[in-house]
Design a protein around this ligand. Structure first.
Ligand SMILES: CSC[C@@H](O)[C@@H](O)C(=O)COP(=O)(O)O
Ligand SMILES: [Zn+2]
Length: 242
């Protein structure tokens, strides 16, 4: 067993060090109403050591300090650092599933109200098409020459699967694993009446995807309220406007 209070894992002057960046992002997300009342969370992989950095459970996420962060070995899944007074986030098994099945570099879980309302409007999938902001989302396909992710185009439809909520967040693991297997291209999963999980190859990409998806979820709600189908073709909106 390693020294679980090894503070060298979380002390850095670099604002982009995972222990610092997780705190900064959680504070930003609090101000977006995404991580209030202790809800939501973040994990990211250290870009050089590959250790997983995880926020603790049940804390006001915007007040977190680097000393509050858990650190896990990505190979053995052994905790390398356990902050004395905290327990691991209920999101931990779900974040680990995204690392394992998607090779994620960062995962964001928010309690966005836009996700909650979309989960009440849409049944199994949120779908929205022909909106410029869709271009910020990866298609899940890789360009064979550059090896880079190909983004969705303006003419594509974004689909995000929706799973049912359960009483305890960690018990979402079976349905999350299932939906990841059945939707190999998705970078996000909505949990009905709960929120959303978004991941990317880096925490920066996960942040971009999360912001773009939240914008699109808000837009989908507005289109629904106007009676415009979120997948309506370009120019077809005139058939729905009163
Ligand atoms: C408002 S309680 C929310 C939790 O049950 C859970 O859904 C959540 O997002 C955060 O879990 P946590 O264990 O605090 O990291
Ligand atoms: Zn949650």
């Amino acid at each position: 067993m390693s020294n679980q209070n090894d503070d060298s894992l979380i002390h850095s002057d670099d604002p982009r060090h995972p222990a610092n960046l997780i705190c900064t992002l959680c504070e930003q997300f609090f101000h977006n109403n995404w991580c209030t009342g202790t809800g939501g969370g973040i994990s990211m992989k250290h870009p050089t050591t590959n250790h997983y950095y995880l926020a603790p459970s049940g804390v006001q996420k915007e007040q977190m300090k680097p000393e509050d962060i858990f650190v896990m070995d990505s190979q053995t899944l052994e905790y390398l650092r356990v902050p004395p007074k905290y327990k691991p986030s209920a999101c931990t098994p779900l974040f680990l599933a995204c690392y394992k099945k998607r090779n994620a570099g960062g995962i964001i879980h928010t309690h966005s109200q836009n996700a909650d309302v979309c989960s009440l409007i849409f049944k199994d999938q949120l779908k929205i098409a022909n909106i410029e902001q869709i271009k910020a989302i990866p298609s899940g396909n890789i360009d064979p020459t550059t090896g880079k992710d190909i983004s969705l185009s303006f003419f594509d439809t974004l689909s995000i699967p929706i799973i049912e909520n359960v009483a305890h967040e960690e018990d979402l693991i079976d349905s999350l694993n299932d939906v990841l297997d059945k939707n190999p291209h998705t970078c996000a999963v909505i949990v009905r009446r709960h929120g959303i999980f978004v991941w990317g190859p880096t925490i920066d990409k996960a942040k971009i995807y999360n912001e773009a998806i939240d914008y699109l979820m808000e837009l989908a709600i507005k289109m629904y309220q106007l009676g415009i189908p979120t997948t309506c073709g370009i120019g077809e909106e005139k058939n729905y406007l009163k």
